[in-house]
Design a protein around this ligand. Structure first.
Ligand code: DX5
Ligand code: ZN
Length: 236
């Protein structure tokens, strides 16, 4: 069952009470003419993070369902689809039905998040819910039972290679506390500016799933960068 499958950690984000670190390289920073090679280059990653941008919810335009369908044929690493699009209620279930392991919709864009999150789960994927840097987590506490992963953006969404926003760190801590109070099952992902310089701060604050674009695909050896990021987060 895809929803339970979480890459290398076999679906659990806790190993003997300790949070298991997962790394999700973002192909936004890869060569779009060589995506299959980019994905194969990080076979040691837990997930492949796929940024879907529609030039409306965010200013940038990237890729959509046809490319995701092709990537699914090209790799056995589960796809972590981050939808930065308007009207995710309409489009998100199709990514889950296509076979994405995780589908994340934005709080700022979803008009019927409970219905959409349930549709994502019903289609066999993990349901993710994303918050922009200025969106508070507290109003969504009651949704924790509906989601498998909370994504806290640590840059304004839209582009790779931006500077990490330290202002989000207190929210990561508060989100971790809410998740613990709720039973600890929800993964806490950070996305944006995550690198060897910033990943320890995120891990220490309570994140356990780390998206990294430039820090992985800007490195001479992307697989090695994945291992180094994982080690830094695990030690934090
Ligand atoms: C930004 C995207 C990120 C992006 C991260 O809106 O959601 O996934 O690829 O790239 P880096 O790690 O380079 O900040
Ligand atoms: Zn992303």
């Amino acid at each position: 069952m895809r929803r339970g499958g979480g890459g290398r950690t076999g679906g659990a984000n806790r190993l003997g009470g300790i949070m298991a670190v997962q790394i999700s390289p973002s192909i936004l920073s890869a060569d779009f003419a060589r995506l299959a090679e980019a994905v194969a280059a990080v076979s040691n990653a837990d997930w492949i993070h796929v940024d879907v941008m529609d030039n409306h919810f965010v200013p940038n335009l990237t890729l959509g369902l046809p490319v995701v369908e092709s990537l699914l044929k090209a790799t056995s690493t589960p796809l972590d689809c981050h939808l930065m699009i308007e009207d995710p209620d309409r489009w998100a279930p199709a990514y889950a039905e296509a076979g994405a392991g995780s589908v994340t919709v934005h709080a700022e864009a979803a008009r019927a998040p409970v219905r959409t999150l349930r549709q994502i789960r019903a289609a066999g994927a993990r349901a993710g819910f994303a918050l922009n840097p200025a969106t508070a987590v507290e109003p969504y506490e009651d949704l924790l039972g509906e989601i498998d992963m909370l994504l806290l953006m640590t840059v304004e969404p839209g582009f790779g290679g931006q500077k990490f926003l330290d202002v989000v760190l207190p929210k990561i801590r508060r989100a971790r506390a809410l998740i613990e109070r709720h039973g600890g099952e929800v993964w806490l992902q950070v996305d944006g500016g995550v690198s060897a310089e910033t990943i320890e701060r995120c891990a220490e604050a309570g994140a356990d799933v780390f998206v990294a674009g430039n820090a992985v695909y800007g490195a001479a050896d992307p697989a090695r960068a994945v291992d180094e990021l994982r080690a830094l987060a695990a030690e934090a």
